[in-house]
Design a protein around this ligand. Sequence first.
Ligand code: MN
Length: 238
Amino acid sequence: MRVGAGTHVGKVRSNNEDAYLIKAPLLAVADGMGGHEAGEVASAAALDALRQYEFGPGDVTEQLTEAVQAAHARVAAAVAAAPALSRMGTTLTAALVVAKEIYVAHVGDSRAYLWRNGELQLLTTDHSVAAELMRAGEIDEQTAQQHPQRHVLTRAVSAGRRPDVDIIVMDRRPGDALLLCTDGLTAHVSDAEIAAVLQQQGDVQVNAEALVQLALERGGTDNVTVVIARCERPEVIE
Ligand code: MN
């Protein structure tokens, strides 16, 4: 598996509150929030807890869920130690690529996509007010994209209650590309454009940087982070 990544503060914000983790076969992105420098503390704390989580034999879904709850506990502990950070939180979208499957754990509005044979599939559900209204059929996609609460999360890794963690399991096939990103990418770059970059089959680091650059060219209104993992073809037998 080859992995590439890029992150950028963007053209409007003064801090980059996004962060990513590459500890192959574990990958993650986190988009922190909470004002001033709290967002950076939250995303870094969550990813640090994830990095320290020790995966063993046994149920991957349970372990990934537990790893996200460890991230929640870490953020909650940071808030307990520094009450000025009480409003901080982060999204967390993590993937574990094992021999035959790709597991994704997800809280918030960052995203995981799977590119396979020219088709891009969104694996995650955005946990935002606007996205929930759209899924309920109350507003259409265009309205959701302009909705004043499109960035208000309905789930986050914060000092609040333990988050419900979505777990998505996909079979893994040679040639698959997995992309994790924060909303700073998808605010500016369409699924079709993401697919076109992954279609190039080039170096994953070049692909990741190209997508970050595209978001910047379109205005870079938010921090932007992209992690791409491509499963080698032909697949090594494990
Ligand atoms: Mn963001």
